[in-house]
Design a protein around this ligand. Structure first.
Ligand code: UN1
Length: 508
């Protein structure tokens, strides 16, 4: 290496990583001239910065999307899908690189980060396949010499507002069906995970997607998120995040008669009946309560247990929790990474105090962890409460951290009642060896996702993802069901009788 190259490399290494907006196929700065920092939740290290955008940037993105969508809507769906296949292969090629970015900015352990990127790869292949399906109905007409069918048409421009806990999987659940069905996208990713969003968009760019179809606008919810919701040319807003924000989006979108697809909180429970394989249940609970540091919408935060096996479950859970190693998720031996930021850490700790005040018994954890060099990160000890009553706040409100509460019950019927007693309805699980009771539970648990003899996490992309009650508004991410979010139905009648036939009249 000559001197100049050495200097250039050094300059490159010390230069602050900066991510810009992607609008109309160009990487551009915001008019604001302002930036926000992206930090690693493991140690507070500054990873780089991203532009803090304004309403004016959203305006440009929407204009670009509008122009691009005019052509895109008439590109045959199998041809649209060709781009998605390219996206799928690029994601696959870069799986490790993307997983590393994810762990660094979000904190989840590397094995989980790889799993999340895999979820986006799966979604890309699956949605590319939709390019050759996207089924409508052909049905007989009630009249002679008349043909009837329904087809899907794109809604127009999809505004996507995505969270930090699954920054690429959830973005894939929304952007890929939107694109394959002929829409353009304006995307605001969470401020906590901007780099992975930038990397995902680079893949869209590299796949050769026509310019203006995918636009990325970084910034706050109050500035960029609001501008997306308010913009008259944004036809549908798909949001995953808190109930508080979801309700506001839905309220405003309602006034504007704009479609929304909302995916919000959960208060998911694992039920363990007296005939369950307790060791299996312990594994399922530990994985779904403390994996991703409890920061999945699907995380288990309640354990509903038959009183006759409560003590055995408690003992075994505590023993298993003992083995969980906290630390930097880039280290393959680590089980639990940090939580996303300081305010989240404080909120979790506050809930633990609330639980104690409510009279729940703290079995394990319940503290911010600072030993072994973890003091610079946001680490919370996996925490287990017992003797929790179903109406306590820790059993009703979403904590979004590694905290689980054991609620003893006397029967399956009581377990179902407790499971269904919360305002959310995302995921639930039951461990039992009795097929009759398993089927009863499948029928009566009121969540959008139900697991038998598995924890509450691990949804697969070719099934609908979403929940009932306060979790959503009836729409679903992923699966064929997600096509409904980004398309309108058009019913088409072709009369080849050569006369005007009056439906419901001339045939009766
Ligand atoms: C989320 O937490 O919002 O089912 C998504 C799961 C993952 C997706 C979780 N496949 O746990």
């Amino acid at each position: 290496m000559n001197n100049q190259t050495v200097q250039e490399t050094a300059k490159k290494d010390t230069a602050v990583k900066k991510y810009l907006n992607f609008i109309n196929g160009e990487w551009v700065d915001s008019e604001s001239g302002k930036y926000t920092q992206n930090t690693n939740p493991v140690n507070g290290e500054v990873l780089g910065e991203v532009v803090a955008s304004t309403k004016a940037d959203v305006e440009k993105a929407v204009q670009a999307a509008k122009e691009a969508q005019k052509k895109w809507r008439n590109v045959p769906a199998p041809e649209r899908a060709d781009f998605l296949y390219k996206v799928a292969y690029l994601l696959k090629e870069r799986k490790e690189e993307l997983a590393q970015v994810l762990t660094k900015e979000m904190g989840k352990v590397i094995a989980e980060a790889r799993g999340e990127v895999q979820e986006a790869i799966d979604m890309a292949f699956y949605m590319a396949g939709e390019g050759r399906r996207m089924f409508g109905d052909t049905v007989p007409s009630e009249l002679r010499n008349k043909f009837a069918m329904s087809v899907r048409v794109p809604v127009g421009i999809a505004g996507l507002i995505t969270p930090w806990n699954f920054p690429i999987a959830i973005a894939s659940w929304k952007s890929l069906p939107a694109l394959v069905t002929g829409n353009a996208v304006v995307w605001k990713p969470a401020s906590e995970t901007p780099f992975l969003a930038g990397e995902f968009v680079k893949i869209y760019e590299e796949a050769g997607l026509p310019k203006g179809l995918v636009n990325l606008v970084y910034g706050s919810g109050s500035e960029v998120g609001n501008a997306i919701v308010e913009h008259p040319d944004v036809d549908i807003v798909s949001f995953t995040g808190s109930n508080e924000v979801g309700k506001k989006i839905n309220g405003r979108a309602g006034e504007l008669l704009k479609r929304t697809s909302l995916e919000m909180g959960g208060k998911n429970a694992v039920t363990v009946l007296e005939d369950a394989d307790i060791d299996l249940a312990v594994d399922g609970i530990v994985w779904s309560a403390f994996g991703t540091s409890g920061q999945r919408c699907t995380a288990c935060s309640r354990i509903i247990v038959h009183e006759s096996v409560k003590e055995e479950l408690e003992q075994k859970l505590m023993k298993r929790m003992e083995m969980l190693k906290l630390g930097d998720g880039l280290d393959e031996s680590i089980d639990v990474g940090p939580v996303i930021n300081r305010s989240s850490l404080e909120k979790i700790h506050e809930y633990v105090k609330i639980g104690k005040d409510e009279g729940a018994k703290l079995l394990k954890g319940g503290e911010i962890v600072t030993e072994n060099g973890l003091d610079k990160g946001n680490f919370y000890a996996p925490t287990l409460f017992t003797n929790v009553k179903s109406d306590m706040r820790i059993a009703q409100e979403e904590i979004f951290g590694p905290v689980a509460s054991i609620i003893p019950v006397k029967s399956l019927e009581e377990a179902i009642e407790v499971n269904n007693s919360v305002e959310f309805g995302l995921s639930s699980s039951i461990f039992t060896a009795d097929v009759n009771r398993a089927f009863q539970a499948m029928r009566d648990l009121d969540t959008g996702i139900v697991y038998i003899n598995a924890g509450t996490t691990g949804a697969e992309i070719h099934l609908p993802f979403g929940g009932t009650k306060g979790t959503g508004n009836g729409h679903r991410d992923s699966g064929v069901a997600s096509l409904d979010v980004y398309t309108e139905w058009k019913s088409v009648y072709i009369d080849y009788s050569g006369k005007i036939q009056r439906a419901q009249i001339d045939n009766y």
